[in-house]
Ligand binder design. Sequence first.
Ligand SMILES: [Zn+2]
Length: 262
Amino acid sequence: MELPEYTIRPSARATRVVLSIRPRQGLEVVVPMGYDPSRVPDIVRRRLSWVRKHLSRLADSPADAPEAGSLPDILHFQAAGVAYPLAYVAKPTRGVRLVENAGRVLLAGKVEDLAACHATLRGFVRRKAAAVLPGMLADLAGRTNLSYEAARVRMQRSRWGSCSAANVINLNAKLLFLPAHLAEHVLLHELCHTRHHHHRATFWKLVERFSPDWRDMERELRQAWRHVPGWVDGDCLSQQDERGSLCGPGDSRTGQKNNKNK
Ligand SMILES: [Zn+2]
C-alpha cells in the first residue's frame, strides 16, 4: 500500500502523535521529542482513509487557503445563534481597537495589519465564548443531571473539549462556530466524562441515553473544523490525533492525571 508524502515535525509540546493536513504543507506528522520515526508509517497507514479524504478535499478546494489571509465581514456564532457584522475603519493609531455596539462590531486603528485584526477578533471570540459556553454547559448539566466541578473556556488548537479527573471541563472557544447540535454534543460528551473518565462502552452507553444518534454526531464532529474560519488559527485545515478521538492531550481518556493543560 503506497503512502502519501508527509513530513515529520518533532515538537516539545506534543505528548503524542498528531496528524495534521494544511494547505500548501500537505500532511504533517507531529511527534513528541525523541519519538522513533520508524513508527510513523504504520500510524499513517492506520489513518489512511482519513488522510486520503482530507488530502483530496484540499486538492478540490484551493479556495480554503486564502481565508486565513483576509478579513472576515461577519462573525457567525452558530452555536449561540448570533451573527455580528464586522466593519473596519483605518485610523492613525497604534494597534487595533474593537468596539461592539448594538449587535455590530467595529475594528478601528491599524486595520491594514491583518495579524493585529485577527488577534483582536480572536480576543472577541474568546470573550464571547467565555460569556456563552459556561451557561450552555450549566443548562445541559441541569437537564441531564450530570454535575461538574468548574468550566473553563480557552482557545485550543486541536480538541473541542476535555474533562479533568477533578471534573473540571475545558471547552474550546471555537465551539461557538459549530452548529448548535454539534456544540451541544461536545458539551454532553464532556459532561458524560464526569461519570466515566474513559471512552469505553459504559461511557458511550451514558452518552447514548441522552443522544441516541451520538455516532452520527461524533462522525460529523470529525469534519467540524470546516465551520471554524481559517483566520481563527492560521491556516490549519484539519487535524486528527492518532486515535481519532474527540478529546485531546491530557483529557479524561486516561482518567488518571489532572488536566493541567499547559
Ligand atoms: Zn472524550
